[in-house]
Design a protein around this ligand. Structure first.
Ligand SMILES: [Cu+2]
Length: 246
């Protein structure tokens, strides 16, 4: 501690709190708001239950002001209590003191840990259906598509066309995730489709008033893939064995 004078500690805490606040604000439009609160404020049993109900009901897809507000609250909590310790940390641990690590390790590890905690906090959980292995495979897919796939983007007159390609495990992941994401995009009103390629999938998104070409160009492959915030509820459904695996 002696190497970190209190002023520095406070400054770092302030930056973290500001980041947490910004995160909550950004996430206030959707299920991420809830997610943000969980990460920031910790999760007690009633929270866990609410969270589950949301996820189960897929209410998260259409969340409105309520969740936004809660996301804000999470941010404020983070801001008020936020120190170096657990409050700004991850994944529902009430580890508020300095010196108690909150980071679970890899992001995929933490994602599974959070989901397992939600299942364990749910007395009505049907353990005969639980499939953590399926969630793990999906997280491997996400890793492959996010970090390993090649994305060749071509700007069209009225949209963007992206050849997403790879080999082996990466190719499998592309074939599962990109067409599935097109369905999600269409559900939130985007004009998207996909075509099969021998070594991947071609993703085509047409510009619209809501999604002008300049924005599609800027977003590119990954910016388009993160639209919709459906992964969080889907991850819980996969773990519960309630998600039709594609
Ligand atoms: Cu996912």
């Amino acid at each position: 501690m002696s190497k970190f004078p209190w002023k520095t500690t406070l400054a770092v805490a302030a930056v973290l709190a500001a980041t947490a606040y910004a995160f909550a604000q950004i996430s206030s439009g959707g299920p991420m708001g809830m997610h943000g609160q969980m990460q920031l404020g910790g999760m007690d049993a009633s929270m866990a239950q609410m969270h589950q109900q949301m996820m189960q009901g897929q209410a998260a897809q259409n969340s409105g002001g309520m969740h936004g507000g809660m996301g804000m609250q999470g941010g404020m909590q983070g801001g008020m209590h936020g120190g170096m310790g657990g409050h700004v940390g991850m994944h529902g641990q009430h580890s508020g003191t300095l010196g108690a690590p909150a980071m679970p390790g890899q992001d995929a590890f933490g994602t599974i840990q959070e989901v397992v905690q939600i299942l364990q906090a749910d007395p009505a959980n049907d353990w005969s259906k639980v499939n953590i292995g399926a969630l793990r495979q999906h997280l491997i897919d996400m890793n492959e598509v996010t970090l390993r796939a090649t994305a060749a983007e071509r700007v069209l007159d009225n949209g963007i066309e992206i050849a997403v390609t790879g080999e082996g495990r990466t190719l499998e992941a592309i074939k599962r995730m990109v067409p599935a994401h097109v369905s999600e995009l269409r559900e939130i009103g985007w004009n998207a489709r996909s075509d099969d390629l021998a070594n991947g999938v071609k993703l085509i998104v047409t510009a619209s008033e809501a999604q002008p070409l300049v924005r599609l160009k800027a977003l590119g492959f990954m910016g388009i893939m993160v639209q919709g915030g459906h992964h969080q509820p889907h991850h819980l459904m996969m773990a519960r064995g309630e998600f039709p695996m594609h």
